[in-house]
Design a protein around this ligand. Structure first.
Ligand code: NAD
Length: 355
């Protein structure tokens, strides 16, 4: 059940950016009045977690490196036992949305403060939203307790993202901003922030694809990801996020790739009813159709375009369309099964958007 957040909840988050900032993590722990931090990561980023431990020095309470996609509750429970044995009085999550999700899940259960050091553009660190999976079912809650106390954006950490993930993760961030433009509860402030996020990513992504180590461009993309994540936490999402949630959960698809493929199609679908709201997308990316502009932008960066490349079969599309229209939600363009099935067909084939 969504819980109303106050502006102070967002304002109290300390956000810093700068190359090498991860080495200042011990100072951030002390600033919180804490003494020992448990460092969280995925198994793939354990070396980075150990580097953070070294930077923490005496303030390190060890590493828990089993964070996994979609925040499985059994992993959280295992991490909780580890946490209570470690004697930690705060958490440091270093990684993408999966690791940030574990930090949020632990903070939700213990009330411990978190420092997050993001290494993708997913934007979870900027939202009070926690998605968790139990027995194959993903549920989502919103609570001020899951907002981090500190976010450290260190561009050196996204510079290690492989180019493919850079592109899909960046488009994942842009998806938050695109849907924020037509959100029912948008405000002029959220719209401005969404436009800023789209601009930063549109400008920064081609540069980092060309030169992954360009730290200035990486910092720009991180700023964009922060803006996009912030609007994700403040306004309601619609068709695009619902479709990705359904497809990801039903067919166990990679999160960022699914967003990258669906985004142009969902936005083209809604542009019929929200052309004015979506105009900033063509102002930023060019062209005269927001969905097509996103398709061309993704294609120019080598983004995956087709659901079939993720192993979805054409026969799966009927089931996905049935699921996608089961629960009604606010969306600019009415959601009909026939139209969603047509949308999915184009996204499956990797064609230009059908609408
Ligand atoms: P991820 O965190 O699952 O990372 C994918 C893989 O890339 C992991 O193996 C990770 O260790 C590795 N990786 C991450 N950064 C790297 C880097 N810089 N260099 C090399 N490898 C790196 O992927 P994600 O897309 O960031 O996060 C997806 C998860 O986040 C999903 O579970 C999604 O639901 C959640 N999410 C939640 C919110 C929210 O507000 N609650 C918002 C966005 C995403």
């Amino acid at each position: 059940m969504a819980q109303a957040l106050r502006q102070e909840d967002f304002d109290s988050v300390r956000v810093r950016d700068g190359a090498g900032l991860r080495f200042e993590v011990a100072g951030e722990v002390a600033r919180l009045g804490c003494t020992k931090a448990l460092v969280l990561s995925t198994p793939q980023q354990c070396d980075l977690a150990l580097e953070i431990c070294e930077a923490l020095g005496d303030a390190a309470a060890g590493v828990y490196s089993k964070a996994a996609m979609h925040t499985p509750v059994d992993v959280t429970e295992d991490a909780l036992s580890h946490l209570s044995l470690s004697g930690a009085d705060c958490l440091v999550a270093v990684g993408g949305g999966s690791t940030v999700g574990l930090g949020k899940a632990l903070a939700y259960r213990t009330g411990l403060p978190q420092i997050t050091i993001p290494t993708t553009y997913a934007g979870s660190e900027a939202t009070p939203i926690l998605g968790q999976t139990e027995n194959g079912v993903k549920t989502t809650l919103t609570d001020a307790k899951v907002l981090p106390s500190v976010i450290l954006y260190d561009p050196e950490l996204v510079a290690t993202l492989p180019v493919g993930m850079t592109v899909t993760s960046g488009l994942n961030a842009m998806a938050h901003a695109a849907e924020a433009l037509y959100a029912e509860n948008r405000t002029p402030e959220t719209t401005n922030l969404a436009i800023q996020g789209l601009k930063d990513l549109a400008q920064g992504m081609p540069k980092v694809v060309q030169a992954p180590g360009d730290l200035e461009a990486r910092a720009l993309t991180q700023h964009g990801a922060w803006a996009c994540g912030t609007v994700l936490g403040r306004v309601g999402m619609a068709l695009h996020h619902k479709l990705c949630h359904t497809l990801g959960g039903t067919f166990d698809l990679p999160h960022a790739d699914t967003h990258a493929i669906i985004l142009p199609h969902a936005i083209a679908y809604n542009a019929r009813a929200a052309a004015d709201e979506l105009a900033p997308i063509t102002e930023v990316l060019g062209g005269n159709n927001a969905g097509r502009a996103l398709y061309d932008f993704g294609k120019s960066l080598g983004a995956p375009l087709a659901l079939k490349s993720l192993g979805v079969t054409e026969a799966d599309l009927d089931h996905a369309a049935d699921l996608a229209v089961q629960k009604p939600y606010p969306n600019p363009q009415p959601v009909t099964r026939e139209d969603i099935r047509a949308l999915l067909q184009s996204a499956w084939a990797g064609d230009v958007p059908a609408f």
